[in-house]
Write a protein that binds this ligand. Structure first.
Ligand code: PMP
Length: 412
């Protein structure tokens, strides 16, 4: 047996299998009710619009372009369309500020590569999007906690990086309906993140993967919009906005985007030239055709379905969960974040749940850069009907009730 570990670079030791990816395999087991994945419902994909778009590309003169290599920045009409969309949410920019990536996940990898040297500090919320930790880990950062709850001042955020003595490079966070917590930052919190970043002179990476999926409440300007409002032009901003078509149109196409000042975009383009030359030409063209024609209707359609499922999950949690179990109703996105009493371990709970009540969820620990969060878990409502949500939450709650009584007996 060769000892590959000795041959791999040191950074590879920080690449670990994701608990979520393992769990996604369970989605295929018909006896399991899965709230584990955070994926869009395939029944809602705009397949007819894509069929028409690909058909059109192949029936006209566009097929030569579609099947050819293309520029690393991305398909210009799509970048122009996105610049128009950005303007609607307060981000005044040009196509030159928009860079197409193979899913926003690729953007996170590039940003890790662009900003992090081994031992640098990345400021992240605890918990944070697991895929971001996976993207940054190979660049060997040290993570510091960015605390967003309550009335935190920039002083309290600053405590982290100062204590560590490491050079902070960026703040990474989701401003709307975060994965995994479902939380949305208030405008004051967004402003204070900008204050902190300005004070530390670092970048802000704003993950907007779920931003279009707001079910109620008023939209809050993205951090990049607030940054532009402060500084007059996108070229003067420090915020890098990562967007995606995965949650609105379809993730299989792997089309995402980064919106930022041209200095950052030019560097990212060089990275893409080295990594994969460009994102799929034909998929970018298809996304452009579909987005231009049906984006608004598609978003309205999926929002109305997901809103009902979100409400069903809220009702099911209220109806079935015992006192001592906490969650907040998210205003959008795909997730509820549930906290059990201290001392309970949701990884153990998952093993029991799969065996007995047959409900899958994601134990919260995976989302904490420091491995804490043992008593938390994430559940997604995006792929389950209202009836399945009530049934699954009911079953999970019955297990939690019995585990809590075991815990009480042990503590007595
Ligand atoms: N950011 C967040 C917060 C996500 O939840 C996801 C997908 N799970 C991504 C980024 C990556 O999405 P994609 O690469 O499909 O655009």
């Amino acid at each position: 047996m060769l000892n590959w570990e000795n041959m791999f670079a040191g950074r590879s030791s920080r690449m670990r299998a994701s608990e979520i990816r393992e769990l996604l395999k369970l989605l295929d087991r018909p006896d399991i009710v899965s709230f584990a994945g955070g994926i869009p419902d395939p029944a809602l994909f705009p397949d007819d619009a894509f069929k028409a778009a690909y058909g059109e590309i192949f029936s006209g003169s566009q097929s030569a372009t579609a099947l050819q290599y293309s520029v690393s920045e991305g398909y210009k009409p799509l970048r122009e369309w996105l610049a128009g969309e950005m303007a609607k949410i307060g981000i005044a920019c040009r196509a030159e500020n928009v860079f197409i990536v193979s899913g926003s996940q690729q953007g996170l990898d590039y940003l890790g590569k662009l900003f992090l040297s081994p031992g640098d500090t990345a400021l992240v919320t605890f918990p944070t999007y697991l895929g971001a930790l996976q993207a940054f880990n190979p660049y060997e950062p040290h993570y510091e906690q960015l605390t967003l709850s309550g009335n935190r001042t920039p002083e309290s955020y600053r405590a982290g990086p100062r204590q560590a003595g490491c050079k902070p490079r960026f703040v990474y966070l989701s401003s709307d309906f975060a994965n995994p917590t479902g939380e949305t930052l208030t405008q004051a919190q967004r402003e204070s993140v900008l204050d902190l970043a300005a004070e530390l002179d670092i970048a802000v990476i704003e993950d907007a993967a779920y931003q279009s999926l707001r079910y109620d409440g008023e939209p809050i300007p993205p951090i990049l919009a607030l940054d532009i409002a402060r500084n007059g032009s996108i070229e003067e901003t420090r915020t890098i906005y990562c967007g995606s078509f995965s949650k609105t149109l379809a993730p299989g196409l792997r089309v995402g985007y980064i919106v930022a000042n041209e200095t950052v975009i030019r560097k990212l383009v060089l990275m893409k030239q080295a990594a994969d030359l460009h994102s799929s030409t034909i998929n970018q063209m298809a996304v452009f055709h579909v987005a231009e024609r049906v984006f608004e209707d598609q978003v309205a359609k999926i929002k109305s379905v997901y809103r009902q499922r979100r409400d069903a999950m809220q009702q099911a949690l209220e109806a079935h969960m015992p006192p001592g179990v906490h969650w907040a109703k998210p205003e959008g996105g795909m997730f509820f974040w549930v906290t059990l009493p201290t001392g309970m371990d949701t990884a153990e709970l998952l093993a029991k749940s799969l065996e007995t009540v047959k409900v899958a969820f994601v134990p919260g620990k995976a989302f904490f850069a420091d491995g804490s969060g043992e008593n938390t878990f994430r559940i997604s409502f995006s792929c389950a009907t209202e009836q399945v949500i009530d049934e699954g939450i009911g079953r999970l709650a019955s297990l939690i009730v019995s585990e809590m009584s075991v815990q009480r007996r042990e503590c007595a």
